[in-house]
Design a protein around this ligand. Structure first.
Ligand code: ADP
Ligand code: MG
Length: 336
């Protein structure tokens, strides 16, 4: 076959595939945008496990009507200017890809108003085709509505799992972000029923109770540590509370949920010899580290990070967890 340039429509669908895999990816990108916009309240509504609808409403800064069309273009971002900025990024987004990606594989509507403007504006994008920006009354903040995800990419639709599985992924994501941002009020409704609602009063244990049940939440040990400018705070399980896999170990680095991270191994090592073989702890840990010590641009979905000095961070996590653990549940010592 001769070599041809892909049409922009096909190219953007391919690029979208890297960022938007399933309804939970839409929820993640939209929640991150709301958090980056300084929202104090975020409401997420999902219908049919997000296949029919994902809507995220926030009371953040809003998007200026003049910039609304730009916000849905690829590589359009207000968060990054120079390549250098990547190494001290303080926002969750920076790639300028989420809205463009979502718009190319769904029917997207964004309604937004900035505080200083007396009218809001709305734009619709269908399968990558942008409509005109209309003026419309709206409260300060942004509502992003994503309907019929992957309606124009049937192959993607086929890869979606059963509704329960997709819904579980959405729940897991929203709950974890709620946990990472306990000062933001988060509400999740699925098929019209509220499935999570946080108070925004900063109480993480109440959110842990929503995630793991009241009994487990009560037993979790609160830990806090700091060493050479790296901070870690959060909750770990006492040795009597274990799981058969590592799925309930959650790490956030600078407010970003990182998955499949070697940090998990550092935590597991902290429990070495204290747990039976094949048993793992539960944890929700929040690490704060200077942005220039982390590379967040490893993965299109931004779910992985690399540390400039891996060993230092791992050592810190392991020691801090071990210390926390021993402080609460002293193991028998060598004393007579
Ligand atoms: P990124 O988050 O990487 O910058 P996005 O495609 O997610 O890229 O968003 C593009 C731009 O649109 C953002 O940089 C931001 O300026 C604006 N934006 C998106 N969502 C919101 C929101 N909920 N509130 C305010 N501004 C938003
Ligand atoms: Mg974004």
């Amino acid at each position: 076959m001769p070599i041809r340039l892909l049409s922009s429509e096909v190219a953007s669908q391919i690029a979208a595939g890297e960022v938007i895999e399933r309804p939970a990816s839409v929820v993640k990108e939209l929640m991150e945008n709301a958090l980056d916009a300084g929202a104090k309240t975020i409401s997420i509504s999902v219908d049919e496990a997000g296949r029919r609808l994902v809507e995220v409403a926030d009371d953040g800064s809003g998007i200026d009507s003049e910039e609304l069309a730009l916000s849905v273009s690829r590589h359009a971002t207000s968060k990054l200017v120079r390549a250098d900025d990547l190494f001290h990024i303080a926002t969750l987004g920076f790639r300028g890809e989420a809205l463009a990606s979502i718009g190319s594989v769904s029917r997207l509507t964004i309604t937004s108003r900035v505080e200083r403007s007396n009218a809001g504006a709305r734009i619709r994008v269908e399968g990558g085709r942008e409509g005109r920006v209309e003026s419309i009354g709206a409260p300060t903040g942004t509502v992003v509505r994503v309907e019929e995800l992957f309606y124009n990419v049937p192959a993607r639709l086929k890869f979606l799992k059963a509704d329960v599985t997709e819904r579980r992924a959405v729940d897991a994501l929203v709950t974890r972000y709620a946990l990472a941002y306990p000062h933001v009020r988060v509400k999740l409704s699925e098929g019209g029923a509220i499935t999570l609602q946080t108070s925004g009063d900063g109480d993480r244990r109440a959110i842990l109770a929503a995630l793991y049940g009241v009994e487990v939440a009560k037993q979790l040990l609160e830990i806090q540590a700091e060493e050479d400018g790296i901070k870690m705070a959060g909750y770990i399980s006492p040795i009597a509370l274990t799981r058969s896999n590592r799925k309930d170990i959650t790490f956030f680095v600078n407010g970003r949920w990182v998955q499949d991270t070697p940090l998990t191994s550092a935590l597991v090592q902290a429990y070495h010899t204290l747990l039976m073989v094949g048993r793992y702890p539960l944890a929700a840990l929040f690490i704060e580290i200077a942005p220039e010590e982390v590379d967040v641009n490893v993965h299109p979905a931004k779910a992985e990070v690399r540390f400039r000095n891996q060993d230092r961070v791992f050592g810190f996590v392991q020691r801090a967890a071990r210390r926390g653990l021993l402080a609460y549940s002293p193991v028998p010592s060598m004393a007579p």
